[in-house]
Design a protein around this ligand. Structure first.
Ligand SMILES: [Fe+2]
Length: 352
């Protein structure tokens, strides 16, 4: 019979390390194993074995006497597991000692053999140890492979969802002369302001996306209300206000991976004095990302044409931001926006 080759082996060969102080035992075991197709290394002491393990990485099988020179058997086992955690280790002893055998297994040995070892027993135990190792490796391989595939699919689903929502937002804005390009400009202004405030990494990506999608909920607001030139009734104001919670609901598939984006959408109309909506949050209770988007949103809304008024000049809009700083808008964010204001034109693509 041939021993099974445990998969996956790095080079496809079955390799083994035999450790025993007695040269006759080493030779006998080596002969038996080589006859079964193993390529064998041998060591006369624990330290020699560890040196060989450092050179010969990923040895699938180690057969060692429990009492090897230089190292206590259990210490040797622990050192082997540190260096070659996937190795199957079979320990041998001439003493028929049940507690020792149990302790060997408890410490992670694959099996325990009583000397002298017969050919038949060696075959059976090696086969069993390698099969067990192969199963463990295969399980791990499939688990890792599956996790990586699931993550790739989850990323792709998120990507497709975002593409769909972004396209929808832009298509709706493109139809509307009053808001065309608004979300992209808000996104650019907000990211530049956040950078100025020292925000880095994934938070910047969330602000970018939060800016692009902050008004996505307006998809659910009737056009007659959105474009009404005169003043709005209380009910119409209520309908417009719903865009923040509706937007949050639309983006709920992002709740786990990008919760900040949802907070931007829900809270971009909160005010520092607590008089905003939908939750009436005040000051630091408003997520900082939403406070940043609120400033960018206010500036862009003021500087573009609306059904009910002409656009403000940029300087007038900036003056207005400063006026409501601390009551409606976060003063620190307004200061940061003020700093990037001279470069505002360069931030936005010329096509917008
Ligand atoms: Fe809004």
């Amino acid at each position: 019979m041939r021993f099974p080759v445990s998969e996956p082996l790095p080079d496809g060969s079955a390799r083994c390390l035999v450790v025993d102080a007695d040269p006759d035992v080493r030779e006998a075991l080596t002969c038996l194993l080589e006859a079964q197709g193993f390529s064998c290394h041998s060591a006369a002491s624990g330290l020699d074995a560890l040196r060989q393990l450092s050179r010969e990485r990923d040895l699938p099988l180690i057969i060692s006497d429990l009492r090897v020179p230089d190292l206590d058997g259990f210490r040797f086992l622990a050192e082997v597991h540190d260096r070659s955690p996937d190795a199957a280790v079979i320990l041998m002893s001439a003493a028929a000692d049940a507690p020792t055998a149990v302790e060997c297994m408890r410490q992670g040995a694959s099996d325990f053999l009583l000397k002298p070892v017969s050919l038949h027993e060696l075959e059976a135990r090696v086969t069993s140890a390698l099969e067990k190792r192969a199963l463990l490796l295969r399980d791990r391989f499939y688990q890792q492979h599956l996790e990586s595939r699931l993550q790739t699919q989850a990323n792709r689903i998120k990507e497709l969802f975002l593409q769909g929502v972004q396209l929808l937002a832009r298509a709706l804005e493109a139809k509307d002369a009053y808001t065309r390009g608004h979300s992209i400009r808000v996104s650019h202004y907000a990211v530049a302001t956040a950078r100025r405030m020292g925000v880095k990494g994934p938070s910047l990506d969330d602000i970018r996306l939060g800016g692009e999608l902050h008004d996505i909920g307006k998809i659910g607001t009737r056009e007659a209300v959105l474009h009404k030139p005169g003043s709005l009734t209380e009910a119409e104001v209520g309908q417009i206000r719903e865009h923040v919670t509706l937007g949050e609901q639309m983006l709920s598939p992002l709740a786990h991976e990008s919760p900040t984006v949802l907070r931007c959408v829900r809270s971009h109309h909160e005010r520092m004095d607590g008089k905003g909506f939908p939750d009436g949050l005040a000051g630091g209770k408003i997520p900082i990302e939403a406070r940043i988007i609120a400033v960018a949103d206010a500036f862009d809304a003021m500087t573009t044409l609306r059904p009910y008024r002409s656009p403000f000049s940029p300087d007038t809009a900036l003056h207005e931001l400063r006026r409501v700083s601390g009551t409606q808008l976060d003063a620190e964010v307004v200061l940061a926006f003020n700093d990037i204001y001279p470069d505002l034109q360069a931030l936005v693509p010329a096509t917008l």
